[in-house]
Design a protein around this ligand. Structure first.
Ligand SMILES: [Zn+2]
Length: 286
């Protein structure tokens, strides 16, 4: 039976999910990745970290008539999922319901990645990106689930900072098998500096995280446990439950220790405004 998700028709659910996770976050250039590694390394020598960091989300729901409306329950559940996913980095997400905005604008609702509409909407609606996580929902086209900006691009392009996710990907949406809220977790992972686990496939430095096994490309659906799948090295298993892979929402439930650590390092290097904005946050020497 044909289904329609945000105006785009798919033959059936299988076709929609076969198109993959549809994350449009840009692939960082080798020069960017080298620079980031160098900067993280030099910052590591300061040996400072934080105990707990509270991050305030600003929800901005782009709508078109009755399309794109997000309920209080959906926001609350989404925040819970973010807290579960990033607890290992000592992050606590929260938001102020009174500051949540729904904005009816057809062009903005249908924004494309890197489009004029995206820039126009964000210019009009974002809160200070050095202090808050700007979290946009919209009726993305062509099976796209979302995208994010990286921490190391904040200084150069603050207006675009934040995550954009398909409205129907929030918990309770209709974008099954991507409607349990893991798209936002994945995109916030990028916003905190994580690459896809399959970054660079079997060449180069992969995702620049030592304890995620390199694999040749994304995994889809619900791959069986206990098999190597497309792991690059003998004896290793592709990280089929990692939030930064492309598997179904139901299958996503882990970040590795070194991904969690990299998130903290990225914040210490590029998102220090979050630390300054959290009055309860204490820096500690390691
Ligand atoms: Zn992604």
């Amino acid at each position: 039976m044909a289904i329609t998700i945000n105006g785009k028709e798919f033959a059936d659910m299988e076709e929609f999910s076969r198109r993959g996770r549809g994350c449009a976050t840009k692939i960082p250039t080798p020069v960017d990745m080298f620079r980031v590694d160098e900067e993280l390394l030099s910052n590591r020598q300061r040996r400072v970290s934080f105990d707990t960091l509270h991050i305030e989300i600003r929800f901005i729901h782009l709508t078109y008539g009755s399309q794109g409306l997000i309920s209080l329950e959906q926001r609350e559940r989404q925040v819970e999922l973010l807290n579960d996913a990033f607890s290992g980095s000592n992050l606590v997400f929260g938001y102020n319901e009174e500051l949540t905005r729904s904005v009816d604008n057809h062009d903005w609702y249908r924004m494309g990645h890197g489009s004029f509409a995206e820039r126009e909407a964000k210019s009009a609606l974002s809160s200070d990106p050095t202090k808050y996580l700007n979290f946009y929902t919209a009726g993305l086209q062509n099976g796209l689930l979302g995208w994010a900006t990286f921490p190391f691009d904040l200084a150069g392009d603050p207006v675009r900072d934040g995550v954009v996710v398909l409205d129907e990907s929030l918990p309770g949406g209709n974008a099954a098998p991507f409607n349990l809220g893991m798209t936002a977790v994945h995109e916030v992972g990028h916003w905190l500096g994580l690459y896809h686990t399959f970054q660079d496939g079997c060449s180069g430095f992969g995702d620049h995280v030592e304890d995620t096994p390199a694999h040749s490309g994304p995994n889809y659906g619900k791959p069986a446990d206990g098999q190597p799948h497309n792991a690059c090295n003998a004896g290793e298993f592709a990280p089929i439950h990692n939030y930064m892979n492309y598997v179904d929402d139901e299958w996503m439930n882990e970040l590795t220790d070194k991904q969690e650590n990299r998130v903290k390092e990225q914040i210490m290097m590029y998102r220090t405004g979050l630390l300054n904005n959290d009055k309860s946050c204490h820096l500690e020497a390691l």
